[in-house]
Design a protein around this ligand. Structure first.
Ligand code: FDA
Length: 292
């Protein structure tokens, strides 16, 4: 229930005006959003962690804003070490305006990334954008076979989607939005996650296991061994600011651990989704507001 409320608030322009202009929110934002993205990339890389960097922004309805998002990614790529990844939301590149526009912009980013040995992963957003996401991903894959895509386990079609994505780089996550017909009970989402993971680990693609859930991390490591994958055959992914000690621990065991680093001023919807995921995050948020 609280999750639904927070996800609704994440789309409210009025709430955004109040919350995002409040200086009181700064500490909470700093926990989840990189202040100086170059410094954060350097620091994580020094600690043996991989990065995927997201320039915050979504649901763009102005072509100029979509073009400006591409410019941001091109500048960002200058800061990225080889082996890094950028995460891209197609609605930031104009998917709501036209699929072709988003495809053209994403192709520009993919070409620039490839020239720097950086990969690109397409985030999964609201349910009505998922068909466009996979059609753009399929088109990009013809020229860039390593372009990745996200599958949300809360969608009942996730398993079939993983089967269709055989051979691809696939980031599997639980799903941060709401969707009609989506699994809502944690146990159902976890079961779907594990079913998808089995398909991805048994396949020939590259699974990216995006979760902070200790049980799912354990299951992923077991499935990787059973599927004959060594530590280079898959990776874990976690969000910047969430379970940093566990990120370091997994990397110190030799696992490939990639941290999703968001940056930029358009952090409101991202932050609200993080609060919706975990009521304890909300307590932290409210406490830091009250302690001012
Ligand atoms: P969940 O939030 O259910 O937590 C499960 C358990 O993990 C908790 O019970 C606790 O044990 C532990 N845990 C979680 N947070 C913790 C914390 N702060 N401190 C300590 N323990 C904690 N979604 C989407 O729809 N599209 C996308 O493209 C992406 N992309 C993406 C990339 C990456 C790298 C990640 C990690 C996640 C996403 N997501 C996403 C978000 C994803 O769908 C999901 O909403 C969040 O990861 C939260 O789900 P968890 O799997 O972490 O488990």
């Amino acid at each position: 229930m609280l999750r639904q409320v927070l996800l609704a608030v994440s789309k409210s322009e009025r709430a955004e005006r109040v919350i995002s202009t409040s200086p009181l929110t700064r500490d909470v934002v700093k926990r989840y959003v990189a202040d100086d993205v170059g410094d954060v990339i350097d620091e994580l890389t020094r600690r043996g962690l991989l990065v995927t960097v997201d320039h915050l922004g979504e649901e763009v309805t102005d072509p100029a804003q979509a073009a400006s998002a591409v410019g941001e990614y091109l500048s960002l790529l200058d800061l990225m070490p080889a082996g890094a990844d950028v995460s891209v939301k197609l609605t930031a590149l104009g998917l709501r305006l036209s699929e072709q526009l988003a495809l053209d912009h994403a192709a520009t980013i993919c070409r620039a990334a490839a020239s720097r040995n950086v990969t690109v992963t397409l985030d999964a957003e609201e349910h009505d954008t998922i068909p466009g996401l996979h059609s753009v991903h399929a088109a990009l894959r013809r020229e860039h076979p390593d372009v990745g895509v996200v599958v949300q386990a809360y969608l009942p079609e996730a398993l079939e989607r993983c089967e269709k994505l055989e051979g691809a780089r696939v980031r599997l996550c639980k799903g941060a939005y709401t969707a009609p017909g989506a699994y809502t009970r944690p146990a159902d989402i976890d079961r779907s996650f594990v079913r998808c993971l089995k398909i991805l680990m048994a396949g020939t693609g590259y699974p990216m296991v995006a979760t902070h859930d200790p049980r799912l991390v354990r299951i992923a490591s077991t499935l990787a061994v059973l599927s004959g994958r060594d530590v280079t055959g898959f990776e874990y992914q976690m969000l910047y600011g969430v379970r940093p000690d566990e990120q370091t621990r997994l990397a110190s065991l030799g696992a490939q651990m990639r941290v999703y680093v968001p940056y930029g001023s358009d952090w409101y919807a991202y932050l609200m989704r993080r609060l919706a995921e975990r009521p304890r995050n909300l307590t932290f948020f409210l406490r830091s507001l009250m302690s001012r």
